[in-house]
Ligand binder design. Structure first.
Ligand code: DLL
Length: 438
């Protein structure tokens, strides 16, 4: 039987490759001209590189343009990268960053409408319709998660529960009393909610069918865990404040990579060291160019997310390029004892060994030697059964970590619930070495 796929904007989402390229070319030319004429910061970057809007005739010319980085945003803070007068902007959003200056993004009403449409595509791809009750527990306010999915949910016509993050008691009360069918939050908070539902013994009152999870890295193992415990389908959603917020890319029924909304954003993969554009299928840093935004169109913005793009045909019928789950960040990758370590690799080992994804990685330096400690919670069942065997399990995890990442870690299995839960993004890594000049 052919599966039924729902689209929010079918013609756009299933357009031919040629059509997408044509939109991209036309919109890129227009955006570059708009930015050059209205944004002195970016104009200077283009002048320095010796490129003018006339050099940009189609999407193949993209590589001629200079990159933008978070450092540029900091330098141009707060208004330097705006391409519309303040009087035409209606909103700002900002990153949750705790170091240095925050990133502030500006939106016209047109920018907000398009952003919300991107989120509506994601909700529809997860099976959302106007019959659904959509509980949004991403933070509302400066963070883009709440406002973006709230707007998308309105566009789809769902009854929207604008819960924001935190207050788990109240989340569960609304979830059960109003019979929420779709939930939007970070994957780590979804696991916390699942834990609380099990504790309260209210699983039979939960009517969820789908969840839209993003804003932080999560593994396939976490997906399986969340799907099983909440009895839902768990979909990934990706985005970043600089480019708009959630909905830059979203997962479809295939649940195997996220379609980039290519009518709004051009994706490239570059070698993070040389800046050279890499061919499809190669792993590198993800770079986005906004081609429909007015107030804050980032051109060739380096995300620092390490990723792979694929144009393989997708069974959902969508034609837009897919990005894999980000595999780490070119800037949050840990270098411990000279070895590159991604927290997601450690998580994979922990879950494969039957431990939970409630863990913390503590990196420190004793004299000149790096140390890495992995604290991880045991499941409640295993903890009581195996309390005498803890050191054996710790050794086993250590061995598995050694073969995965190539270095020894001090593994400490701790009591269930002893690692502080987050209501937003989980704090996975504590790097006490302070190797960066913040
Ligand atoms: O996290 C936007 C968002 C909100 C996305 C809600 C999805 C859902 P920022 O706070 O600016 O924006 O953080 C952006 O978070 O560069 C990635 O490193 C990471 N990230 C976002 N989504 C995912 C994901 C929002 N699905 C940064 N998987 C990005 C892995 C993600 N990492």
């Amino acid at each position: 039987m052919e599966k039924m796929e729902n689209y929010y904007q079918k013609e756009i989402e299933t357009a031919s490759y040629e059509q997408i390229r044509q939109w991209q070319s036309e919109r890129l030319v227009k955006t570059v001209k708009h930015v050059y004429e209205n944004n002195t910061y970016y104009r200077k970057l283009m002048d320095e590189k010796g490129v003018t809007p006339d050099d940009i005739k189609c999407v193949d010319d993209l590589h001629k343009l200079p990159f933008l980085t978070k450092d540029d945003l900091r330098e141009a803070y707060p208004y330097g990268l705006m391409s519309k007068p303040l009087s035409e902007c209606v909103r700002i959003q900002s990153t949750s960053g705790t170091t240095g200056k925050r990133v502030v993004a500006f939106y016209t009403q047109h920018d907000i409408d398009l952003w919300e449409e991107c989120c509506a595509r994601a909700i529809t791809a997860a099976g959302g319709t106007k019959e659904d009750v959509c509980q949004v527990c991403y933070g509302y306010g400066l963070f883009t998660g709440g406002p973006g999915l709230n707007g998308g949910s309105h566009k789809v016509g769902c009854l929207t529960l604008p819960m924001s993050s935190g207050n788990t008691e109240r989340q569960l009360q609304f979830m059960t009393d109003l019979e929420a069918t779709i939930i939007c939050c970070t994957p780590s908070y979804a696991q916390y909610l699942a834990e609380s539902i099990e504790e309260k013994g209210i699983k039979d009152k939960v009517k969820l069918k789908a969840g839209i999870f993003g804003a932080e890295a999560w593994t396939e193992e976490m997906r399986k865990d969340i799907e099983k415990r909440l009895g839902i389908k768990a979909y990934d959603i990706y985005g970043l404040t600089e480019i708009s917020g959630p909905g830059v890319a979203f997962e479809c029924s295939e649940q195997n990579g996220m379609h980039v909304n290519e009518d709004h954003f051009i994706a490239e993969i570059i070698d993070p060291k040389t800046g050279e554009v890499l061919p499809e299928g190669e792993k590198g840093e993800l770079v986005f160019t906004c081609i429909t935004k007015e107030a804050f169109p980032m051109i060739r913005y380096r995300t620092k997310d390490i990723c792979v793009l694929s144009r393989e045909k997708c069974s959902c019928g969508r034609t837009h390029v897919k990005m894999a789950k980000p595999m780490g960040r070119s800037d949050d990758m840990l270098i411990v004892k000279g070895v590159n370590v991604f927290p997601s690799q450690i998580e994979e080992v922990l879950l494969a060994k039957g431990l939970t994804s409630n863990y913390q990685i503590i990196v420190d330096r004793e004299k000149t030697s790096d140390t890495i400690e992995v604290r991880v919670e045991m499941t409640p069942e295993l903890f009581s059964d195996k309390i005498n065997e803890l050191s054996k399990i710790e050794r086993e995890v250590n061995d598995a970590l050694k073969s995965m990442i190539g270095i020894s870690a001090l593994v400490r299995i701790v009591e269930p619930k002893s690692i502080v839960r987050s209501e937003g993004k989980a704090v996975r890594v504590i790097d006490r070495r302070n190797l960066y000049n913040n």
